[in-house]
Design a protein. Structure first.
Length: 141
């Protein structure tokens, strides 16, 4: 599936019933990144934007896993994708999570926050940026 096909099928934001499919697509793109296989341009980015748009804390580590699957995805997936629920809420969630990956994600977010990556951050503002990136006008796609 390409990013255009995913956008056409699921939209941004997608309906909640499609989140499982989107998580599977993102996991597939991360697996391809790990294996050094070709990935679809912008598909992982779109999947992260789609998950971000719902702001579910359960997706923080799903996105973190994709971000850490290889150099290209680490560089191309925005740290803000981790914070669809909000910066404070995401940090509290990660702090309360026992997984080592959560501690790594929290440290990364805090480092990025110290560097100014979250200046004027709000999930709504970033969703608008992602919708503009994918050239989506209006409230739905």
């Amino acid at each position: 599936m390409t990013a255009d096909e995913s956008l056409s099928r699921f939209g941004l934001p997608p309906a909640a019933e499609h989140l499982g499919d989107i998580r599977a697509l993102l996991a597939d793109q991360a697996a391809k990144e790990r294996a050094g296989d070709d990935r679809e341009d912008d598909l992982a980015y779109l999947c992260c934007a789609q998950l971000f748009s719902h702001g579910l804390l359960e997706d923080v580590l799903v996105i973190w896993d994709a971000k850490n699957s290889g150099f290209d995805l680490h560089c191309s997936l925005d740290v803000q994708f981790l914070c669809g629920a909000g910066l404070r809420e995401t940090k509290a969630y990660l702090l309360g999570h026992a997984d080592e990956k959560a501690a790594d994600a929290l440290e990364y977010i805090e480092d990025c926050e110290d560097c100014g990556d979250f200046a004027d951050f709000t999930p709504a503002r970033h969703l608008a940026r992602y919708r503009a990136y994918f050239q989506i006008d209006g409230p739905g796609h």
